[in-house]
Design a protein around this ligand. Structure first.
Ligand SMILES: [Zn+2]
Length: 457
């Protein structure tokens, strides 16, 4: 049973939701976060602090914990001011912890950063390997002049008013959540508004970067933020992300004897297939051989083995699954800790997204007072990710008429916020996380001109 001293309760009030934050006691380190951006296996759920916090604790040695924590995900520390005001002022702060924190800041306290360093930070916060295969993420516009980044502008969409804003503030880098360039371009001309923006960015020396579905997928990203708005619960991923490691196959076959195995090994080595293998004796005096082979070398390996009758007859090829990345992927589903009415869910999501209105479709047999236990979300356009998902309530930006009808018929209510309204609020979380990693000389600003083009009047 953990004891929470006065200073810890005091610290809790310093934490703006839904930022991640870290506290400690002399015996354990306590993380307070709705969706911790690091592997769940590292933590164990322990205690709920009030209705808005889920608390998790490390039961490891204090020093080991904080070093691992910093190495794993410094981004969970919501802002530099949080470090200074909350952690450094606590009475039982250990000196090693203080040193770790100073080291962390000092490594980022250089005077300025060039574009590649800023991009490294962005890719650390949302690895591009998490993006969907159809997406167009990463650096989209790179001006020719090498430049130091002093001002970064965050926007959901890069529109003409946002570009004007960027130019006026002498912005060096626009981070546009949606990629402003998506389809392949055969020419850069003034006829198309997106091409005009790209040309304008190059002429003004402004780089453009888009994290899009990588930021949706990452643990603690847009979808985790979205589902956090409806209340705390047990969150799972709807479409699990897998490791980006290359596809490999497990190849098994039998050889007559050691001599044949040695010949096959030599032949495979010549074709650059390195036979890291295990063998075991079979009943028929042969050897069973098993090795793993990258996808790019499989055809060559099979061609070599097909020259030998015993191995051809016994050949088995299994595709090795890529390991899942815990907490990463598209869409989220939550089983709420406490069921809420649909009316409460609507109210909470309006507050979370900063909206006066959302659209609601009540599921079959539902009323505003119906209780919601399971909620599924997908930031943006959720029709395909949410299709067939069992939940009492869907929350997304937009769905087609027929997708809404399907959900309603299946007994699922639907809240639609309009596309970018389900995404934009996360930019302030991203801004805080970037501030932790970037030196003070880099100013990160939220666009004041970015808005959903639709409004309910
Ligand atoms: Zn979107």
């Amino acid at each position: 049973m953990l004891m929470f001293p006065g200073w810890l309760k005091e610290s809790l009030r310093l934490v703006p939701l839904p930022c991640k934050s870290v506290f400690w006691s002399t015996r354990s380190l306590i993380l307070s976060a709705r969706h911790p951006p690091f592997p769940h296996s590292f933590l164990s759920p322990q205690k709920t602090l009030g209705s808005d916090f889920s608390s998790l604790s490390f039961n490891k040695q204090f020093n080991a914990s904080i070093h691992s924590l910093l190495a794993l995900s410094p981004s969970l520390l919501c802002s530099p001011s949080f470090w200074k005001e909350s952690l450094f002022s606590a009475p039982c702060l250990s000196s090693s912890f203080s040193q770790s924190a100073s080291l962390f800041k000092s490594s980022h306290s250089c005077k300025s950063m060039d574009l590649s360093n800023v991009l490294e930070v962005l890719e650390q916060l949302a690895p591009l390997s998490l993006a969907e295969p159809w997406d167009n993420v990463g650096l989209l516009v790179e001006p020719s002049k090498a430049h130091l980044v002093k001002t970064v502008l965050l926007t959901n969409d890069l529109t003409v008013p946002v570009m004007e804003e960027a130019e006026q503030m002498n912005c060096d880098l626009i981070v546009s959540y949606h990629p402003p360039l998506f389809r392949p371009i055969k020419r850069l001309v003034q006829r198309d508004w997106k091409q005009r923006l790209a040309i304008r960015a190059v002429e003004a020396g402004i780089a453009i970067y888009s994290p899009h579905t990588a930021l949706d997928s990452v643990n603690g990203g847009v979808n985790d933020w979205l589902i956090g708005g409806v209340g705390s619960g047990n969150v799972s991923v709807l479409s699990q992300a897998l490791s980006s490691s290359p596809l490999i196959h497990k190849v098994e076959f039998t050889v007559k004897n050691q001599e044949e195995l040695d010949i096959i090994r030599a032949e495979l080595r010549e074709t650059a297939v390195n036979l890291q293998y295990t063998t075991s004796r079979s009943d028929s005096d042969g050897h069973n051989v098993c090795f793993t082979c990258p996808d790019s070398k499989l055809a060559t390996a099979v061609q070599t083995l097909s020259q030998y009758a015993t191995s051809t007859k016994s050949l088995t090829i299994l595709q090795v699954n890529k390991p899942p990345l815990p907490g990463c992927g598209q869409g989220r589903r939550s089983t709420l800790n406490e069921p809420i009415s649909i009316a409460t869910a609507v109210q909470r999501i309006k507050v979370h997204l900063g909206l006066n209105h959302v659209r609601l479709a009540l599921g079959a047999q539902h009323s505003l007072e119906s209780q919601v236990t399971t909620v599924a979300v997908c930031a943006g356009s959720g029709g395909s990710v949410l299709q067939g998902v069992k939940a009492d309530l869907f929350i997304t930006g937009e769905m087609s008429h027929h997708e809404v009808l399907d959900a309603v018929a299946a007994g699922t209510s639907v809240i639609l916020s309009d596309h970018s309204n389900s995404e934009r609020g996360f930019l302030s979380v991203l801004k805080d996380r970037m501030a932790v990693h970037l030196p003070d000389s880099v100013s990160v600003k939220l666009s004041q001109k970015d808005r959903d083009p639709l409004e309910i009047i």
